[in-house]
Design a protein around this ligand. Structure first.
Ligand SMILES: [Zn+2]
Ligand SMILES: [Zn+2]
Length: 71
């Protein structure tokens, strides 16, 4: 009887990001493990005004609305 390797499915829903170049799943990597393309961090969009501020501010620098966290 063959032993089936248990596949550890560490599918983190919050890290479901893919490489823009080769579409490999990159998780939280900063560079694609397949083709070394730099992975850009997700840009949060303000629900109030649609502004996409730099970094991950908690509040929109344009209208002061609370930014929804993408984590
Ligand atoms: Zn890639
Ligand atoms: Zn805003």
């Amino acid at each position: 009887m063959e032993k089936i390797e248990s596949v550890n499915n560490h599918d983190d829903l919050s890290s479901d990001r893919v490489c823009a170049a080769c579409h490999a799943k990159v998780g939280k990597a900063k560079f694609c493990p397949e083709c070394a393309t730099p992975i850009e961090p997700p840009r949060p969009t303000c629900e109030g005004c649609g502004h996409q501020p730099e970094g991950t501010p908690k509040f929109c620098p344009e209208c002061g609305a609370q930014m929804s966290e993408t984590s």
